[in-house]
Design a protein around this ligand. Structure first.
Ligand code: CP3
Length: 343
């Protein structure tokens, strides 16, 4: 059903999965997290495989997303990456100059990230639903490599962009080559779909999104297209505004943040591009009644439009209640797309 929706074929109801569907909100995840460092959890294929299965077994999503992180590419290139409790990702050797970019490793990326492809192979033997592989988009991964971790303003990378745009582009170029090799290795290992995460695209002005992000995502999309039929989804924060630029690259689907009205965007967007999203994740802190009504409203707005995948506008947060996740999944599963609701 998920792959049909990605191909814009009609489905009896929309398929559903959620960004960050594996994570700390799940007691089963926390039980493993107590025993292991996050890096072990993504680097030991048996653990990554087990964690990928957890939300599927608990709530019945229609697609699995590989348990990993977008910063594995940075780590393979030489970023000294750690995840610190309460702080998130930290990189102790940030990239701040052209000389730093020239030190980065760009060769043999699939070999350096063999733990990811090993996990994919295990998952392909054990899952009976499609598996989504993913990578961070060059701009978002670059922002972590330059800032040295999470940042609310991206001041360092944006300052670099306005002082030495060609220097930043060297980094984006290197990341693009690495991401193509990495995603093609995931395809070869057996993923059924790919998602590119450009989470921090919302920090870029309209023209900068084109010049510092979309050009590189386009190169990735075209390179994968040239070698495989695996569908590609592009997610950005601010895709509700940026989608016309994303659509020019003809990804199979665009994943929307919660700002846009999906029914309205459907009227504007090329019909061959599927849509994914876009429930406000903060709605999951609401009452059951509110969750059912918000979920149903979105389902109705998209009813009758083939090529729709239910998701959140961004990821599940660690303090959300598992029952609320299940309620959204159950509500989507119970929804029947009738001729009545078709628009
Ligand atoms: O969606 C999934 O279930 C698959 C796994 C996944 C993770 N990260 C697991 C993770 C995916 C697809 C990501 C992508 C990712 N990682 C993005 C893009 C999507 C997004 O959410 O915006 C970004 C920006 C990152 C970088 C990153 N990794 C951050 C900011 C953090 C800290 C977040 C936090 O809650 O502490 C991580 C660590 C991380 N990645 C965790 C998980 C489950 C939490 C690790 C822990 O257990 O402490």
């Amino acid at each position: 059903m998920f792959l049909d929706a990605l191909a814009c074929q009609p489905t009896p109801r929309p398929p559903i999965w959620m960004m960050r569907q594996s994570g700390r909100y799940m007691p089963e995840y926390r039980a493993i997290r107590e025993k292991y460092h996050f890096l072990d959890m993504i680097q030991v294929p048996e653990l990554a495989c087990e964690i990928t299965h957890q939300p599927i077994d608990a709530y019945g999503m229609d697609a699995a997303i590989l348990f990993s992180d977008i910063l594995v590419t940075a780590s393979a290139m030489g970023s000294d990456l750690d995840y610190i409790e309460g702080k998130g990702p930290v990189i102790s050797n940030p990239v701040r100059s052209v000389a730093d970019v020239r030190q980065l490793w760009t060769q043999d990326i699939p070999a350096r990230l063999h733990y990811v492809t090993d996990a994919i192979k295990l998952l392909k033997n054990s899952l009976d639903i499609p598996l989504i592989g993913f990578a961070g988009a060059p701009f978002t991964v670059a922002s972590y490599m330059v800032e040295g971790g999470s940042s609310s303003t991206l001041k360092t990378v944006k300052s670099w962009r306005y002082n030495d745009p060609e220097g930043v582009k060297l980094l984006l170029d290197a990341l693009t080559d690495v991401t193509i090799d990495y995603m093609l290795a995931q395809v070869e290992a057996g993923v059924d779909a790919l998602q590119l995460f450009d989470t921090w695209a919302n920090h870029l002005a309209w023209d900068d999104f084109s010049e510092f992000s979309m050009v590189y995502m386009d190169r990735i999309i075209q390179a994968i297209r040239a070698k495989s039929d695996v569908p590609i989804i592009v997610f950005c924060k601010n895709s509700s505004l940026l989608y016309p630029q994303i659509a020019n690259s003809k990804p199979d689907a665009i994943s929307f943040d919660w700002n846009g009205q999906l029914g309205d965007i459907r009227q504007q967007l090329d019909k061959s591009i599927a849509m994914q999203g876009n429930l406000d994740p903060f709605g999951l802190y609401g009452t059951d009644k509110m969750i059912v009504s918000q979920t149903t409203k979105l389902l109705e707005a998209m009813a009758g439009h083939p090529g729709y995948i239910f998701n959140l506008g961004h990821g599940i947060l660690p303090d959300m209640k598992p029952e609320k996740i299940k309620l959204v999944v159950d509500t989507v599963h119970a929804f029947k797309q009738t001729a009545h609701s078709a628009v």
